[in-house]
Design a protein around this ligand. Sequence first.
Ligand code: NAD
Length: 288
Amino acid sequence: MELLKGKPVADKINEKTAAITEELLSKDIVPTLAILRVGSDPSDIAYEESAVKKAKSLGVHVEKYIMDAKSDESDVLDVLKVINDDENIHGILMFRPLPAGMDEEKVRNHLAAAKDVDGITDAALGGIFTGNVSGFPPCTAEAAMTILKYYGIELSGKKAVVIGRSLVVGKPVAMMLMAEHATVTICHSRTPEEDLKAACLDADIIICAAGRRSTLTEDCVNGKQVVIDVGINFDEEGKMCGDADFEAVKDKVKAITPVPGGVGGVTTALLMHHTAAAAAAYAAMHKA
Ligand code: NAD
């Protein structure tokens, strides 16, 4: 089994980001990411802390906009307008899901297209579906694809199974795999367990993005699969784990990403890279 570690992939992206950032700083442009968090979800806060640390090491400035979970939707839209209008902010990371009662579709579509560094607006997602990509793709879906590419995993003509159909990971990654000429099957919460198992046993590549422990079990693999485990879950002892039963499947797959140490670091690296690229695009437009 080959362990597909995220670190070398992230390091390569971070090098490029640091180079862009250095050039921008020499023109007095500080690439800046706004983080908008509504509420205090512990996993959001954990991700925010690691993103802030990573940003600092790459010369990306972060401005946090923290709002109470009881805020009105109109307050969130007002804050988004401030961020959209601020010329010194180049990218926006908005944590989702938003608190219950908010129209998430409406709110996420208020992000300025040029600042949508995590590909959450319909315009950015639409480009992935039509092949007419104009903005930034969702970082997590792109991270899964970047890992496959870095490790030279062939996709053309291969069978890929995506477990999960969210707009954050499942749907966009399925389209990205298809764009690389893979034959894609999407499984989700209503897929009967035996169908999911059969699809996985027949697959060359499996992307796990269900957000549920033990979704990929030993009896779903037979030695030929490359597994990208996007899931972030916690076991009874509070230890982070993915969607795959790592210990049980690791010797029955061709390759697998660890959790932690796989997709997560690459996702953050791409978020910073997108922010730096958005700042560079801003600089080019304003001839800085
Ligand atoms: P989500 O809850 O929005 O979607 C989960 C999807 O999984 C749904 O489409 C659902 O139909 C499917 N699903 C649920 N149970 C299933 C089952 N038993 N069998 C088959 N499909 C099932 O979650 P999301 O935002 O897409 O995130 C998925 C996972 O990825 C989560 O664990 C999340 O924490 C993680 N994540 C990781 C990163 C990273 O950088 N590593 C980034 C974003 C999300």
